[in-house]
Design a protein around this ligand. Structure first.
Ligand code: CA
Length: 260
């Protein structure tokens, strides 16, 4: 027999009693431990009472008194990493963007299908459980395609020396700045959310929030952009995160300008 893990504990924040009870019943059937809170203050109290004891939060947005957005912001102050799934009737893309800006992991709209909700919860918990222990040092294990130098515009990134050369000027980067730049380069062209960056670049080691990601990006921009106020390479994607475009003038060409 395998050693049984303690059941994962889900906090459901939902003011519609019947819906909350229905979800509670179904998640308990799936083997989870479930707490229910009908408003913000009791949700936060329940979360604060059990530090590290809540494994995932299912959060409604329209609640009496304190909105789900406010709750999410407070939860993120307490714990940048606990998985949050917003379950809301709000369907507007602005609401979704706001929720992701505040640090939700998923957003599911009502009405929803229960099996989908359960699968999403399971995935979020699995993803979290599979995370390697945080070291905060080596972030990206060297991959087969990792190159020692990468060039774009008049910028040359030297992965061995942790240096970035812009024209004739050489900038030394901190480890974290460099790891972030490396992640952008390895995922060039792709929209990267703040939470993905947090998860993959910082792991869970540092006391860092999505706002710190923004600060690191600003620092990188000051180094690699001609005009950091009007970035061309490291562009913001509203409501989501960032995208690294090594060749902004030639986006339809293959982006494989590696140097040997
Ligand atoms: Ca509601």
């Amino acid at each position: 027999m395998s050693i049984e893990e303690p059941p994962k504990h889900i906090l459901i924040v939902e003011d519609e009693d019947a819906l909350a009870k229905g979800m509670q019943f179904n998640f308990e059937q799936e083997g989870y431990e479930v707490s229910v809170a009908g408003d913000g203050p009791s949700a936060l109290a329940s979360f604060a009472r059990q530090p590290g004891g809540i494994d995932l939060i299912i959060l409604d947005l329209m609640l009496p008194g304190m909105s789900g957005f406010e709750i999410l912001a407070k939860v993120r102050e307490l714990d940048p990493f606990v998985p949050v799934l917003i379950l809301s009737a709000k369907r507007l893309s602005e609401d979704r963007a706001h929720a992701f800006d505040l640090g939700t992991d998923q957003y599911l709209t009502k009405p929803f299908a229960l099996p989908e909700l359960i699968s999403r919860v399971r995935n979020l918990l699995r993803k979290r459980a599979n995370k390697p222990p945080s070291s905060g040092e080596i972030v990206t294990p060297p991959e087969k395609n990792t190159v020692e130098k990468f060039r774009f515009g008049d910028v040359e990134v030297d992965f061995d020396a942790y240096e970035v050369k812009v024209g004739d000027k050489v900038h030394s980067l901190t480890t974290m700045e460099f790891q972030l730049l490396r992640y952008f380069i390895e995922h060039k062209g792709r929209v990267l959310s703040r939470s993905e960056l947090l998860e993959n670049v910082w792991k869970e080691s540092a006391e860092i929030t999505t706002r710190s990601v923004d600060n690191f990006v600003l620092r990188l921009r000051k180094i690699i952009e001609e005009n950091s106020a009007d970035p061309r390479y490291l562009v913001s994607v509203r409501g989501t995160g960032y995208r690294f475009i090594p060749h902004p003038d030639a986006q339809d060409q293959p982006l494989n300008h590696f140097t040997p």
